[in-house]
Design a protein around this ligand. Structure first.
Ligand SMILES: Cc1ncc(COP(=O)(O)O)c(C=O)c1O
Length: 501
């Protein structure tokens, strides 16, 4: 793997710093903090650098290069008009420290997003601060914690999560200082209400759950679950990562939830992958609103004393911090560029967002049936819907390769790697943990029937491949089969310079 520092530019110098505009003698840096040696700038000329990054980008797989059925991640097409809008000078060139009267346009967008997200989820107030779903979870749990503190219920120290939950749910709860109570799902993959009844109590702070759940199955008993938790005095938290399945059809507010996060980088088409950039706003019911992190945007009628604004001459947007706020969870106003892209997306689709969800669900069900029909004798099992072929999933589905693994040693990992050789991104594997040899597929609404048909055929071809071939896959990618845990266990975050460099 070539690295920027391995290039030695034509003149051997690379980037040259401009002379400082502040006279050196006026800058007082304590000697202990001052650099002893000049930094090691990469010695690379501009064309070499362009080639380097273009080369790197070609080694990558993205939604722009192929079908990306990564379950739970909602890797949908990112409309380019969103980029055009996010790059407009009145948006891209703004600095968060500019005064309100410079930022009225951006603030109008923020305000509309807060309103739109609150309506979509049936919540009262939204903050756009968190920049990931996981951060949204933590932020909402902190609001719940402060809410309980404000009403003197400090003994509520447990958070309930189903065993099918995404790993971030228990992780966020643990980070907020909660004890985790994991409850097993029913044999059909849904919440087990009897177990829930048995574990709730005076110490329950919240239950965290996503609906449809991580198996792509709608939790039909969700209102009963909400009642059980509420009757015990706990709060209901909706993990909105699967919102793509229900947007416009139903909402967490109707199901009784008190708080929710949105993954704008999934449902609302902000590009993501490779760790970012994301946006994980949260919405809450009014009793939790005073604790939200700010700033939020509010509007009021314009006053004669306000400076001129170009947005309109009736409304003035201003920042505010809720009175009992838990404090900021992100610098400035969160990930403003992501908010704008998602606003552009929602503005383009409006009420058609409902059709988006319909198509996401249709595509998942179509692909699931196509694969099952094509692969009748290949040891592939639907999970939790066995024997009920007419039963529908929502926007994604899981398959178990356990039977196949038992027969010929080919597991989910091998099939995932084999798909890379066919030019596809591998589906999510080994999640959720409740499915043995799990493969989780989410086609999203942005793929055509032709793409899905082709994928189903190739998928079944991979299932039929020789075990030796699959154990050695992928063969056609730049990087072959890697040790899945090596990088995580042996983190290497710096470049090993030798002293001469
Ligand atoms: C069900 C579910 N919950 C929460 C998250 C966390 O979201 P983020 O990756 O934005 O932190 C994910 C992410 O994949 C998810 O699939």
């Amino acid at each position: 793997m070539s690295h920027l520092f391995e290039h030695h530019g034509a003149i051997g110098a690379g980037y040259r710093q401009p002379e400082p505009v502040i006279p050196k003698e006026t800058v007082i840096i304590p000697p202990a903090l001052a650099r002893q040696k000049a930094p090691r700038w990469p010695r690379i000329s501009e064309p070499e650098m362009v080639r380097h990054y273009t080369w790197l980008s070609r080694r990558n797989f993205g939604i722009d290069t192929g079908f990306y059925p990564l379950g739970s991640c909602t890797m949908k097409h990112n409309p380019r008009v969103n980029e055009v809008i996010a790059q407009m000078p009145g948006i891209a060139e703004m600095h968060p420290l500019q005064p309100e009267h410079h930022l009225q346009g951006l603030m109008a967008i923020f305000h509309e997003m807060q309103d739109m997200l609150a309506i979509c989820a049936g919540m009262d107030t939204v903050t756009l601060q968190p920049v990931a779903g996981a951060q949204g979870e933590f932020t909402a749990l902190r609001c719940i914690q402060e809410y309980f503190r404000s009403i003197g219920q400090t003994d509520r120290n447990k958070v309930i999560v189903p065993d099918s939950a995404h790993g971030t749910n228990p992780a966020s709860a643990a980070l907020a200082g909660y004890e985790i109570i994991e409850i097993p799902s029913n044999s059909d993959g849904r919440i087990n209400l009897d177990v829930l009844r048995a574990v709730v109590g005076d110490d329950t702070a919240a239950m965290m759950i996503t609906n449809p759940n991580t198996l792509g199955i709608f939790e039909e008993d969700i209102c009963e679950a909400t009642k059980i938790v509420h009757d015990a005095g706990g709060q209901m938290y909706y993990d909105g990562a699967n919102f793509n399945a229900i947007l416009g059809r139903t909402n967490p507010g109707l199901m009784g939830f008190d708080a929710v996060h949105y993954n704008l980088h999934k449902t609302f088409s902000q590009p993501h992958g490779g760790g970012g950039p994301g946006c994980g706003p949260i919405g809450v019911k009014s009793h939790l609103a005073p604790f939200l992190p700010g700033p939020l945007v509010r509007k009021r009628p314009i006053l004669a004393t306000d400076p001129l604004t170009l947005v309109n001459d009736e409304v003035w947007y201003h920042w505010y911090h809720p009175e009992k706020s838990i404090g900021k969870v992100q610098q400035w106003h969160g990930n403003a560029g992501a908010v704008v892209r998602c606003w552009a997306y929602y503005r383009r689709y409006g009420y058609e967002l409902k059709t988006m969800s319909d198509h996401a669900v249709l595509n998942a069900n179509y692909l699931r049936r196509r694969i099952m029909d094509e692969a009748q004798d290949k040891g592939l099992a639907h999970t939790f819907t066995d024997g009920v072929p007419s039963k529908l999933v929502k926007h994604e589905f899981t398959l178990s390769l356990a039977a196949m693994k038992g027969q010929n040693g080919i597991g989910a990992m091998d099939i995932a790697k084999g798909l890379l050789d066919k030019g596809y991104m591998a589906p999510t594997i080994y999640f959720p943990l409740v499915v043995d040899e799990c493969m989780m597929i989410e086609p999203t609404e942005t793929e055509s029937k032709e793409v899905l048909d082709e994928f189903a055929i190739r998928f079944v071809e991979v299932l039929g491949e020789d075990a030796d071939v699959l154990h050695a896959a992928p063969q056609t990618t730049d990087v072959r089969r890697v040790d899945e845990v090596y990088a995580a266990r042996n983190l290497c975050l710096s470049y090993p310079f030798d002293e001469e460099q």
